[in-house]
Design a protein around this ligand. Structure first.
Ligand code: C2E
Ligand code: CA
Ligand code: CA
Ligand code: CA
Length: 270
């Protein structure tokens, strides 16, 4: 039994070491990508549900590996958050996005750019200054920028979140609660957050035509948002049936492959 225990320890530490090596390699790759400007920001258009014209875009980061492959964010954002690299990465995305949006605001009236803010960035005192600098650099007015913050980020520290949100609102910057319905916030919390937009998670959007449970959630979120005077955005819209149903239920803004995929700046709106 003693020997077993020792072998086990051995086994685990070898596995642990391997994971550490892999993580170190991944972290180096991420740092290099940032340094070598191999991070790219792609943009997915958002459309007015009734007129079907462009009303804005969501900025979505990608990593270009050395061999030219495009690496999706979910494979490096968690590591970026753990290592703190999400702070410079997030700043890069904000600046790029505001510069791109400066041009699009001239092309489309009331255009707004939406940028994802991770929980780690949201806890950084420097975020406010970073956002202000990006706005100035892009020549954007504050109401043309919307920060997407997930329900879970907000619920991690409700008091601090509310306070920071109020400071962004005081500047005139728009706030969107992303992935709504996937967390556990109650109506009471939702009401206390000064956000203008509620973004329906794509899991519910995808399922709502054939799943009664998803449909019930979508209806509930829409009526919740309407009661609070919020704009409702549905993401992950892939079919015409989904689009017309969501529009009929009261979603003002639609985003998804049906209309456009995320594309490089030069190809926008795709
Ligand atoms: P998210 O904020 O929920 O972004 C929406 C995701 O849904 C994007 O995936 C988008 O490409 C995808 N999507 C849009 N329409 C459709 C559709 O019709 N069908 C399907 N199947 N998917 C659709 P993406 O770009 O891979 O990003 C994944 C997640 O990575 C984002 O989810 C967000 O949480 C995170 N992320 C992306 N860019 C950034 C960033 O700059 N900063 C931070 N902190 N997170 C980011
Ligand atoms: Ca988002
Ligand atoms: Ca989302
Ligand atoms: Ca999501």
């Amino acid at each position: 039994a003693k020997e077993d225990g020792r072998n086990q320890t051995c086994f685990y530490s070898a596995e642990y070491e391997q994971r550490l090596v892999e993580r170190t390699r991944a972290e180096r790759e991420l740092r290099d990508a940032l340094q070598e400007s191999r991070l790219e920001v792609h943009y997915q258009a958002m459309y007015d549900a009734s007129q079907r014209h462009v009303v804005g875009a969501e900025a979505l980061v990608r990593l270009r590996s050395r061999d030219g492959q495009l690496v999706p964010p979910l494979t490096f954002i968690p590591l970026a958050e753990e290592t703190g690299l999400i702070v410079p990465i997030g700043e890069y995305v904000l600046r790029k996005a505001c510069l791109a949006a400066g041009k699009w605001c001239k092309q489309w009236p009331n255009f707004r750019i939406s940028v994802n803010i991770s929980a780690v960035q949201f806890a950084e005192p420097s975020l406010l200054k970073t956002v202000q600098a990006a706005l100035d650099e892009g020549g954007l007015s504050p109401q043309q920028l919307e920060l997407e913050i997930t329900e879970n980020t907000l619920m991690a520290n409700v008091g601090a979140a509310r306070e920071l949100m109020q400071r962004f609102r005081a500047l005139g910057i728009r706030l969107s609660i992303d992935d709504f319905g996937t967390g556990y916030s109650s109506l009471t919390y939702l009401r206390s957050f000064p956000a203008q937009t509620l973004k329906l998670d794509q899991a519910f959007v995808r399922g709502h035509l054939d799943d009664q449970g998803d449909l019930a959630i979508v209806r509930t979120i829409i009526s919740l948002g309407q009661a609070l005077g919020m704009e409702l955005v549905a993401e992950g819209v892939e079919t015409n049936d989904q689009a017309s149903n969501l529009a009929g239920m009261g979603c003002q803004t639609l985003q998804g492959y049906l209309f456009s995929r995320p594309v490089p700046e030069g190809e926008f709106p795709g």
